[in-house]
Design a protein around this ligand. Structure first.
Ligand SMILES: Nc1nc2c(ncn2[C@@H]2O[C@H](COP(=O)(O)OP(=O)(O)OP(=O)(O)O)[C@@H](O)[C@H]2O)c(=O)[nH]1
Length: 410
């Protein structure tokens, strides 16, 4: 199932059991609303299951507002945060609700990582589906917390999903690429642009525009780039701006890989996985050292902040005792032992408030299932799946009850 790293020793060939397994790679799918992220994740899931031997991924759904998922996630943000409740409580609209729900979830992302790390020995791919609110990854704190914490513990790559049929105009193409560019510079992770929906529109034009700056300029200045010339045939302000920006983007294209897929037919997924594998090397060589250095600096700052707040909390408790001695009885007397006791109490409080009831659905449901969108009418085959999460959702009318036929990662 998993690929194994090659031993450097020439004297004693290690047995297969002793060869350490490669860490799984985290694939973070990001893209505009409707680009096809969930369908892509679903197809990737089917594709990996259909490999010989199968390599079922571990899937996280981070979209709190999705009503129907064409796959069964192992961890689902909707089990933990209700974005509608968040909207009510914080008096927000749908976008603010989604963003805040994700922010709340992110505060406990270390627990999510613990669950993910538990599976690190049995899976090769961790796949994240994210909301279409792309600004989460360009300016919101939760986006960078998610990407940074994942990338600190696992090789990680961004799969930026593009709706190819909607990107044939040079202006739309460029706006999509500018988003991609800002995500790349914000996350600083290996980046794969995935031109999706190639069953509807071939991605050759986009690949060409990325490869050849003059081709793109040509398209911009032709009829394709509407509004590029004024009534007298002179280039407009828009035209000059886009020309300059396309030069900037030309630099950006050098830092990324592009692949073309159809999440509907499954075309191009082997190329996509080859690009993911190449990103693993890129991550280890270029990204990991930077992440570790940044992590060290952050850890020092964090320790300082923790120590400060601990000192403040201990001071407060002491002050409380002075003001209100009856509350603590004779327990605290200003000694070092007392400080330890207060610290322990503080930790206990912290632990109690850490619990958020995260569910690993694959544990809850034993050998679970996923939905293969290629066979929407297929029937459930696992004999123990009498009343799975998926089935309950179907009964509740919330979707997710289509053809189910693959085991989840054990
Ligand atoms: N023809 C075709 N349609 C696709 C493909 N991938 C996705 N779609 C369709 O595009 C629409 C949006 O797909 P989703 O997977 O829901 O897109 P998303 O990016 O997750 O959307 P949000 O959750 O709103 O961000 C659906 O109608 C899909 O069936 C594809 O490769 N080919």
């Amino acid at each position: 199932m998993a690929e194994h790293s090659v031993s450097e020793s020439h004297t004693s060939a290690p047995s297969i059991e002793n060869v350490p397994k490669k860490k799984p790679i985290a694939i973070i799918t990001i893209g505009m609303a409707g680009a096809g992220k969930s369908t892509f994740v679903s197809r990737l899931n089917s594709y990996l299951h259909s490999q010989d031997p199968p390599t079922p991924p571990y899937i996280l759904n981070l979209d709190p507002a999705v009503t129907h998922l064409p796959y069964e996630p192992n961890i689902d943000i909707r089990d933990t945060v209700s974005y509608k409740e968040v909207m009510k409580q914080y008096n927000l609209g749908p976008n603010g609700g989604i963003l805040t729900a994700l922010n709340l979830f992110t505060t406990k992302f270390d627990q999510v990582l613990d669950l993910v790390e538990k599976r690190a020995d049995t899976v090769d791919y961790i796949v994240l589906d994210t909301p279409g609110q792309i600004e989460i990854f360009t300016w919101s704190a939760s986006g960078s917390i998610i990407t940074t914490s994942l990338a600190s513990s696992l090789p990680s790559v961004i799969a930026y999903i593009v709706d190819t049929p909607r990107t044939t105009s040079p202006a739309t193409f460029m706006s999509n690429m500018l988003y991609a560019c800002s995500i790349l510079y914000k996350t600083k992770l290996p980046f794969i642009v995935v031109f999706n929906k190639t069953d509807v529109q071939d991605a050759g034009f986009a690949m060409e525009w990325m490869r050849d700056w003059e081709e793109f300029q040509g398209a911009l200045n032709s009829g394709n780039g509407n509004g590029m010339t004024d009534g007298e045939g002179e280039p407009t302000y828009m035209s000059s701006l886009m020309n300059s920006m396309s030069l900037v983007l030309d630099e950006f294209y050098k830092n990324l890989t592009a692949t073309a897929v159809s999440s509907r037919t499954g075309d191009g997924f082997s190329d996509f996985l080859a690009a993911v594998e190449a990103s693993r090397e890129e991550y280890e060589k270029d990204y990991l050292p930077e992440i570790l250095a940044a992590q060290e600096i952050r850890a020092k700052t964090l320790d300082q902040v923790k120590q400060d707040s601990m000192n403040r909390a201990m001071e407060d408790m002491k002050l409380d005792k002075e003001k209100n001695p009856g509350r603590f009885g004779d327990r605290f007397d200003g000694t070092e032992a007392e400080d330890d006791e207060i610290e322990e109490e503080y930790d206990e409080y912290d632990d109690e408030n850490e619990e958020i009831g995260l569910v690993d659905r694959s544990e809850e449901r034993g050998p679970g299932e996923y939905i293969d969108l290629t066979r929407p009418t297929a029937t459930r085959t696992h004999p123990t799946q009498a009343r799975s999460q998926n089935q309950r959702r179907t009964e509740a009318g919330t979707g997710g009850g289509e053809g189910v036929n693959w085991p989840r990662p054990g």
